[in-house]
Design a protein around this ligand. Sequence first.
Ligand SMILES: [Zn+2]
Length: 166
Amino acid sequence: MQKSSLTNAKGHGNINMREARIVLDQQMLEEMHGHAISTYPEECCGLMFGSFSGNGGEKKVLRLRRMKNTFEPKERYHRYTIDPKEFLNAEKEADERGDEIIGVYHSHPNAPAKPSEFDRGHAWPTLSYVVIEVRERKALETKSWVLKEDRSEFVPEELQIAINKK
Ligand SMILES: [Zn+2]
């Protein structure tokens, strides 16, 4: 994934970290958990589409898309990567629909819901990174993180679960 491909998130700079928040439905959370359990003990990964509001501090997830973890098979238990072409395709589709990629979710089999150094090295500021801890095929803690503008570290953001519409 090249940083230059991240056209959608441009114009949302200078996020106020204190207001950082991501909102998603219970159903979406369950969908992410289902994905994470299905790929266990390998990491799953996917994209979150939606909108940025205000200064970009709050994001609303409208849609998810499962992506393939294309990292080397032996290392998928603690690494993931999304094919750059697939990422670009997803970005184009989002453009056509009028929403944008607002974040990436992935699972941590047998590890805490905290981004790794590898994750930090491959993340972009602005996007939300939702990490799901999975143990014994059960989704445990789910947390969302945002990378600081200087990429020095991830800071937690509020993950707000909206009430099911159904
Ligand atoms: Zn990770």
